[in-house]
Ligand binder design. Structure first.
Ligand SMILES: C[S@@+](CC[C@H](N)C(=O)[O-])C[C@H]1O[C@@H](n2cnc3c(N)ncnc32)[C@H](O)[C@@H]1O
Length: 195
């Protein structure tokens, strides 16, 4: 279970990030961190699955990364997190060091598409939380990376930005290799499980 110290620090960080985002007119300048309810649910899923390998697409300043890493530490997993902006990745890394979670995280900086194309090993658990317009193009690689039975993919913002992910979700829903559901938590989570 996450410690009281972890929960307090994460709550502080979330408030800081929210205050930052409230001042930005440009969407891309916002950190757009996942909602706390969603983060806690993801932590529970990782514990339930006893995930051993975790991938995050879209680190931002690391709010979700820290939640994933805390759960990864509990299950003995290794995780990789992808972020295109070097400065954000470094900021997230600093928090991970502060919370002594850096040993379970590999911070990868660059275009997620490039990472996904070259990735060979599958992951037990993937969180997709980057630029929605690219999601459909990621699917070929994503399905290869969660093909193992019981592999889980979570996509954030499927209720808050339903129109932007409609086509992507439709592709997955018609794929007989996966079970899917939408959860009304935070901004809406789409859960995909490999059969
Ligand atoms: C919604 S935010 C992620 C929030 C983070 N998961 C959290 O909850 O704290 C999306 C992030 O994806 C990054 N991003 C956008 N396009 C990307 C790409 N092609 N490859 C890697 N990261 C990308 C953005 O820079 C941004 O920081």
């Amino acid at each position: 279970m996450p410690t009281r110290e972890f929960l307090l620090r994460l709550s502080e960080l979330y408030d800081e990030f929210q205050q930052h985002d409230a001042k930005q007119c440009d969407r891309l300048q916002r950190f757009r961190n996942i909602e706390p309810d969603s983060a806690q649910f993801i932590s529970m899923l990782i514990r339930t699955q006893q995930s051993q390998s975790i991938l995050e697409i879209g680190t931002s300043t690391g709010y979700s990364t820290l939640w994933l890493a805390e759960a990864a530490q509990a299950t003995g997993a290794h995780m990789v997190t992808l972020e295109i902006e070097e400065k954000r990745s470094q900021q997230a890394k600093n928090y991970a060091q502060e919370l002594k979670l850096d040993s379970v995280i590999e911070f990868w900086t660059g275009d997620a598409a490039q990472y996904l194309q070259q990735a060979i090993d599958s992951f037990d658990f993937i969180l997709l939380d980057a630029e929605r317009s690219y999601y459909a193009a990621y699917w070929n690689d994503l399905q290869r990376l969660i093909r193992k039975k019981g592999g889980v993919l979570i996509v954030d913002n499927v209720i808050s930005h339903a129109a932007e992910v409609k086509e992507f979700l439709a592709i997955i829903k018609q794929d007989a290799n996966f079970m899917t559901t939408t959860l009304a938590l935070g901004a809406g989570l789409f859960m995909v499980v490999a059969k």
